[in-house]
Structure formats: structure tokens, C-alpha cells
Design a protein around this ligand. Structure first.
Ligand SMILES: O=C(O)c1ccccc1NCC(=O)[C@H](O)[C@H](O)COP(=O)(O)O
Length: 212
């Protein structure tokens, strides 16, 4: 059964066009300056305006304050906010209420100890992104191209839709979906030929592997 795909970290027209043409259901724009995929509000607005209905436009932020979110939401046409920092469940609920947009909260997983947080965020967010936990000291809280042990979440379910992320590639996607039961997946590094440089061939291969 096909799974829905989010291509994250799109920063140019070629990558966005490739993701849309291949059948991505979500396209993600990263507003985190340290990322090789970072876009400005102006860049994201210029890209997002051409994304048709049916493909969700996701703004990814990390511990953003209201002023930052105010600017992004005011100037970029969006369908979802992805919170990928240390935002608490209370902050998730606050952002959701303030902007009236669906919120997906990313939760880093490395061991059993990380699993209770998934339940806490599933209680307040519209979706959760089950991602590999960033290594200690890593400059990026996500987008590291690292997978976690998928057995940790095998058979687990949450009361909201969820997305599997972390080190996914065209070659391991089928195993990841089989082991976890994920119906939605998210990828950034695995469809790039260099950090921040999306590869149209790999995007197409990933969507093919997703059954799309
Ligand atoms: O992608 C980034 O550069 C990034 C930077 C800062 C916070 C989050 C970031 N990405 C979040 C995502 O949703 C990624 O798609 C997810 O972590 C999976 O990344 P990858 O393992 O590279 O496929």
C-alpha cells in the first residue's frame, strides 16, 4: 500500500518541481539558519505560491518565538507548522491556538526512554514526526541522515497521524515501512546529492519506493 511522502528541506525551484512531479504529499521549508537547506521568508514565499492544493506546505522551525512565526505565517502560504526544537507540549498548544494551523511536533527517538514523549505530544499536536534523535552536540536537531532502531516503535500507534523520519533512503524505505507500519514518511538527506542539494533522480526513486 503506498505511503504518503514529505520531502523536507526544499530550497530551490528544481527540487520543489521534482518533489511535486513525483507525487510528494508534503513539501517542507526549513527556517533554521544553520541548516544547509535554510530558506528566507522571501525565498519560501516565492516557492510556496506555486504549490497546488493537495500538497501540504510545511514550515519547519526550531524553538521559534512568536515574532518569527508571525512573520513566516504572514508572508508564506502554509498548511502546517513543524516544530523541531525543544518546544514543550504547552508551547505546541499555544502555537496551534495562535496561528490556527495544524502543528506537527518532531520527537527525537534513540531509545525506549524517548518513547513517552511521543504520547505527550500526540495529546496536543495534530501530527507527530517520529525522527531519529540528533547526536549530542550535533549542529542540527534534524536532517542528519541518521536512522534510529525502527524496532523501538514497531506496532506502536498514537491517536494522531504520524510520520516516520530519520535516515530514510530509496533503498531502505520498504524495510522501514514494513518494520514500523508507517503510512507517512519524511526525508531530507536521503534524496540529496550533497547537503542541501536535492537530487531529482533520488526524489523520483524515493517516491517509487513509496509506491507512488
Ligand atoms: O533538514 C534540516 O536541515 C533540519 C534542520 C533543523 C531542524 C530540522 C531539520 N530537518 C527536519 C526534518 O523534518 C527532516 O526531514 C528529518 O529530520 C529527516 O532528516 P533526514 O534524516 O536527513 O532524512
Amino acid at each position: 500500500m503506498p505511503v504518503s511522502v514529505k520531502i523536507c528541506g526544499l530550497s530551490d525551484r528544481a527540487g520543489l518541481d521534482a518533489a511535486m512531479a513525483a507525487g510528494a504529499r508534503y513539501v517542507g521549508f526549513v527556517f533554521f539558519a544553520k541548516s544547509p537547506r535554510a530558506v528566507t521568508v522571501e525565498q519560501a514565499a516565492a516557492l510556496a505560491v506555486d504549490v497546488p492544493p493537495g500538497i501540504a506546505k510545511v514550515a519547519l522551525v526550531v524553538d521559534a518565538d512568536d515574532a518569527t512565526l508571525d512573520e513566516i505565517v504572514a508572508r508564506v502560504p502554509l498548511d502546517m507548522l513543524q516544530l523541531h526544537g525543544h518546544e514543550t507540549p504547552e508551547r505546541v498548544a499555544e502555537v496551534r491556538a495562535r496561528y490556527g494551523l495544524p502543528v506537527m511536533k518532531a520527537v527525537g527517538v534513540a531509545s525506549e526512554a524517548d518513547l513517552p514523549a511521543l504520547n505527550a505530544y500526540a495529546a496536543v499536536a495534530d501530527q507527530i514526526l517520529v525522527d531519529a534523535k540528533a547526536p549530542k552536540g550535533a549542529p542540527l536537531p534534524g536532517g542528519n541522515g541518521l536512522a534510529f532502531d525502527w524496532r523501538l516503535i514497531a506496532g506502536r500507534r498514537w491517536p494522531v497521524p504520524w510520520m516516520l523520519a530519520g535516515g530514510l533512503t530509496p533503498d531502505n524505505l520498504a524495510e522501514a515501512v514494513a518494520r514500523t507500519g508507517a503510512r507517512q514518511v519524511d526525508v531530507s538527506s536521503g534524496v540529496e546529492r550533497a547537503p542541501g542539494v536535492k537530487d531529482e533522480v533520488r526524489i523520483r526513486a524515493f517516491l517509487d519506493a513509496a509506491g507512488l
